[in-house]
Structures are given as structure tokens and as C-alpha cells.
Design a binder for this molecule. Structure first.
Ligand code: XLS
Ligand code: CA
Ligand code: CA
Length: 371
């Protein structure tokens, strides 16, 4: 089935073009400094924001009725997968990223959920082969289900620690199966609301143990992708343990994990921490810890995680300076952890938003590479 009927493919047309469904600056094949633009940027689409979210916010229901949502359960997962690969191919990005339960429905037991994941992963492998798409990273969602109310690895329940470990075990197997170039840990609910009911020492020790278990299991199954921690200072908890790159780096050193991990730096999380995006990138870079980037932006007037598509050219320019000084992102890339606003409910808006983000980063890099 064709899901995006009004779009054929997005091409580079240059600055003179008035076509909203065309790149004005990003030319994937243009070679600059020995690399194509596609190789410099390594763009990735985030499965969750682009294919699973419906535009709901704390004040209102979803506004986006995606055509694949006429299905449910595994039929929905299969339709969404087909739509996703059509989108990737038409947009012309080389990578994508997902959480386990973005791609397959969660069931009452982990065994059943994993069975669903296996079915989708098998299909995904075929789509990846025929489209040449690659997986930048996958991760486990350990924050949506009520069982994660007190966190996952830092939960006060041993059962939840074990459940989370089993989810990551599966995630690493999927990463190996699909050749994921990185595996991401974003802290989810690893944090606290008040110290009065929190054993911080134990929670941090458990987090450290959890990461060591993941590293050991990757070794056991010969998964060689790069482990990444994605810092965020707050939201959902008031105090997230991976506050920013500096505190995350101190944590990794304290638990003897600094050689196994790098950072996935998100622009909006930098803003929430009271830093600039380029500060977080620089801090990671000068410590040899810059692994990948969640390329979005926060709203300058709002204090929460708005995950907007990046269109601030000053920000993309300063970010690309850090990335180029770093010699590129290695196995990392620029992942659009960004969502269209709830007023942009037409499927075509997904293309417009990604084009704006890709052109903005291309503009940011051009300034440095050309001069
Ligand atoms: C949430 C995070 C999340 C991670 C992946 O704020 O940005 O989306 O990137 O779990
Ligand atoms: Ca975010
Ligand atoms: Ca993110």
C-alpha cells in the first residue's frame, strides 16, 4: 500500500526553489571536504515522534489521524512499518531509531511482547535490506508503563530491576540482529522527586550495576555497537540522575564505565539543564565522549521538553562546528527526536518538518566546511 500518496520523492532543488517538498540546501550527494553531505550528517528519523504519536498533550486529545491507525494490534504495527519505510525512502535519509514498544505492541507478559517484536524485526530486516536503510540506534522504553513508576534500574523494586534488565537484554539482541550502530540509554524515570523517600546511594549503585550487566551481555553475544547515555536534567522526575554530560561523565568514571559509553546529546535537554546545545557538545567532545546527537530544539520561552524540529541556524551552525571539530560523529548521527506541533496534523507535514531540519543542519555545516 502507498501511505504518502501526494509525495513521490524529496529532491534537492536549491535556494531558488519554491517547492515546499524539496531540499533547498541539503544535497545528499554533494561532496565537501572528501565526504558527501549524507556522510557528514548521517540523518535519522525517530520512529516514535513520526509514526506513533498522535498530537495529544496534557490538555487535549490527539489531533493526528494517521492513515495506518485504522488498524490495531499487530496489523497496526505492520502497517506502520510499511509507512515508515516508505517515508524514509521518499525523504532520502540513511538511518532511523526506535524504542522497543514503538515498533510492536506491548502485551501482558514480556514473553508475548518479545514475540511481537520478533515478528516485526524479521520484517524490518527485509525492509532494511531492500531499502539500504540502517539502524542508528534502538533503546528500551522503561518509562511509559505504570510498573516503571519508581524508575527501572533505579527502582526500589527488585522485580522491576529484573524486568528492565530483561527488556535491555532483548534490546541488545535486536540491536545485534539489525546491526544497530549504537544502543541508547535515556534515563526515563531514573531520578527522584524527594530525598525524604529516596536511597540515592543504592539507586546510583543499582544504575551502575545495570549498565555493567548490559556491557557484559553485549560482550557475551558479540554485539559491538557503541553504548550511549542521553542526559536530561528533569522531566519526568524533578531530579534525573543523568543531569547533563558533566554529571553523566562523573557517574561513568565513578562506576568504571567511561570506556564503554559515550553520550547522545540532545539539544532540548541541554536547554533544560540551563546549558546551550553547543556547551553540551563541547563538554562531550573535549573528553572524547561525543557519540551521537538528538537534533531538535526547545522553545526559548518554555521550560519543558518541546522537541521541536531544529530551525535555529545559529544553533545548527555552532553545533556543526563542534561536530566537525570532533572529526564527525563516528558511529553516531543526527537523529530528529522532534515532533510536529499538534496543529500540523497532515501527514505531509512530516515531510515539511524533516526537510526544514535537514536544510537547517546542512546550512550550519556549509558555513564551516566552505570557509
Ligand atoms: C525523552 C528522550 C527520549 C530518548 C529516547 O525526553 O528524548 O525520547 O531520546 O528514549
Ligand atoms: Ca526530548
Ligand atoms: Ca532524545
Amino acid at each position: 500500500m502507498t501511505w504518502f500518496k501526494t509525495i513521490s520523492s524529496v529532491n534537492f532543488e536549491g535556494l531558488h526553489s519554491n517547492n515546499p517538498i524539496a531540499f533547498k540546501i541539503y544535497d545528499s550527494k554533494e561532496r565537501i571536504d572528501g565526504k558527501t553531505m549524507a556522510e557528514h550528517m548521517r540523518f535519522a528519523v525517530a520512529y516514535w515522534h513520526t509514526f506513533t504519536m498522535d498530537g495529544s498533550d496534557p490538555f487535549g486529545k490527539g489531533t493526528m489521524m494517521r492513515p495506518w491507525e485504522r488498524y490495531s494490534g499487530m496489523d497496526l504495527a505492520k502497517a506502520r512499518l510499511e509507512a515508515a519505510f516508505e517515508f524514509f525512502t521518499k525523504l532520502g535519509v540513511p538511518y532511523f531509531c526506535f524504542h522497543d514498544i514503538d515498533i510492536a505492541p506491548e502485551e501482558a507478559t514480556l514473553r508475548e511482547t518479545n514475540r511481537n517484536i520478533d515478528v516485526i524485526v524479521e520484517r524490518m530486516k527485509d525492509y532494511m535490506k531492500s531499502s539500504n536503510m540502517k539502524l542508528l540506534w534502538n533503546t528500551a522504553n522503561m518509562f511509559t508503563h505504570p510498573r516503571f513508576v519508581h524508575g527501572a534500574a533505579s527502582s526500589n523494586s527488585a522485580d522491576i530491576f529484573a524486568y528492565s534488565a530483561a527488556k535491555v537484554k532483548k534490546g541488545l539482541e535486536v540491536a545485534k540482529e539489525l546491526g544497530a550502530e549504537n544502543y541508547v540509554f535515556w534515563g526515563g524515570r531514573e531520578g527522584y522527586e524527594t530525598l525524604l523517600n529516596t536511597n540515592m546511594q543504592l539507586e546510583l549503585d543499582n544504575l551502575g550495576r545495570f549498565f555493567h550487566m548490559a556491557v557484559d551481555y553485549a560482550k557475551e553475544i558479540s554485539y559491538e555497537g557503541q553504548f550511549l547515555i542521553e542526559p536530561k536534567p528533569k522531566e519526568p522526575t524533578s531530579h534525573q540522575y543523568d543531569f547533563d554530560v558533566a554529571s553523566g561523565y562523573a557517574f561513568l568514571q565513578n562506576y568504571g564505565l567511561e570506556k564503554q559509553f559515550k553520550f547522545n546529546v540532545e539539544a532540548n535537554h541541554a536547554t533544560l539543564a540551563g546549558h546551550s546545545f553547543e556547551h553540551e557538545l563541547r563538554y562531550a567532545r573535549v573528553h572524547g565522549m561525543l557519540g551521537s546527537v538528538d537534533a531538535n530544539q526547545g522553545h526559548p520561552l518554555l521550560g519543558w521538553d518541546t522537541d521541536e524540529f531544529p530551525t535555529d541556524l545559529q544553533m545548527t551552525t555552532l553545533a556543526m562546528y563542534e561536530i566537525l571539530q570532533n572529526g564527525g560523529l563516528g558511529s553516531g548521527g543526527l537523529n530528529f527526536d522532534a515532533k510536529v506541533r499538534r496543529t500540523s496534523f497532515e501527514p505531509e507535514d512530516l515531510f515539511r518538518a524533516h526537510i526544514a531540519g535537514m536544510d537547517s543542519f546542512a546550512a550550519g555545516s556549509r558555513l564551516h566546511i566552505k570557509c
